[in-house]
Design a protein around this ligand. Structure first.
Ligand code: ZN
Ligand code: ZN
Length: 299
């Protein structure tokens, strides 16, 4: 695990945290709906202090990667995901496996048990009939194969927030993978809380990310734009990021999403990383062609 460089201030606060650590662990194991733990809201160490140690005098700028897969669906080992999230020095990550939530809940539990220096937003990437939809701040799965509108309503009923993932994913990739990836123009009519405008998948991502930005510009309403890695390999964590301001950990992330004060950015991909990703994509397409299609895929 990446080394924590804690300030004295952080150590004092962690000692103070001992009092509610057990309550927090019980909470992450037993909640029906998402609620922030004390750790997630007040005691996360190592948040970006930009050289100013008194948090009350500054508004923190936080960085998150809001779309990550683990081995619970078709991503990397969870341990490796946690290791890479810490190494990327993110303040928060969302685990969003395809239609399963076990990895996200386990990641959140491990963060509390080990006092890792970032927070986990539990989530699912729901395979709706109209495309992939990220459900954040949920603690159970959302039924797949519903329309986008019904999926978003179900996410809201579960207390979560709905993100249109890679809404303009290339039709060719959808055809090859035999899966509907993007909700496309439905971003204008369905009640999404935010749109993933930066999905950092290399190469083909550039064009459809621009399309998402342009479509949103036409909408003329303020809505959150997220950036994510969509990492299926843990080394890609942090290639796409979402920035949000606030001093209250995950509560700041949630309200930034709700009020549209959130923005995404793309990281730098080395040539070798792009090649590795395309190799992964080709393998997924090949697997799909042989198996005759299915839900699980890259993205
Ligand atoms: Zn997807
Ligand atoms: Zn995905």
């Amino acid at each position: 695990m990446a080394e924590l460089d804690l300030y004295e201030h952080d150590l004092e606060r962690l000692a103070e945290y001992e009092r509610c650590a057990e309550d927090d662990l019980a909470m992450v194991d037993g909640l029906d709906t998402w609620h922030p733990t004390a750790y997630e809201q007040h005691y996360l160490p190592g948040v970006r202090l930009a050289g100013i140690r008194d948090k009350s005098r500054v508004t923190l700028q936080n960085v998150a990667d809001l779309h990550i897969h683990t081995h619970y669906s078709d991503g990397d080992q969870l341990e490796r995901v946690l290791e890479c999230a810490a190494a990327a020095r993110l303040d928060a990550i969302a685990i969003t496996d395809h239609d399963v939530i076990g990895g996200a809940l386990e990641a959140r539990r491990l963060v509390h048990e080990r006092r890792l220096p970032f927070a986990v937003i539990p989530g699912v990437e729901v395979s709706s009939r109209d495309g992939h939809i990220g459900a954040l701040f949920v603690t159970s799965v959302i039924e797949p194969d519903m329309s986008a509108a019904d999926t978003v309503a179900a996410i809201h009923a579960a207390g979560g927030l709905a993100i249109a993932h890679h809404p303009f994913a290339p039709p060719l990739i959808e055809k090859l993978l035999r899966v509907k990836l993007g909700c496309r123009e439905l971003v204008h009519t369905v009640d999404f809380d935010a749109i993933e405008c930066t999905n950092a998948v290399p190469g083909y991502g550039r064009k459809y990310n621009i399309e998402a930005y342009e479509q949103l510009a036409r909408r003329k309403v303020r809505i959150g734009m997220t950036g994510s890695s969509d990492a299926h390999s843990a080394t890609m964590i942090g290639k796409g990021t979402t920035y949000f301001a606030g001093n209250e950990g995950l509560c700041s992330a949630k309200s930034a999403l709700e009020y549209g004060f959130i923005h995404g950015a793309e990281g730098y991909w080395r040539f070798s990383e792009k090649l590795r990703y395309r190799w992964m994509l080709m393998k997924a397409v090949w697997r799909n062609l042989r198996q005759g299609g299915g839900r699980s895929s890259v993205n």
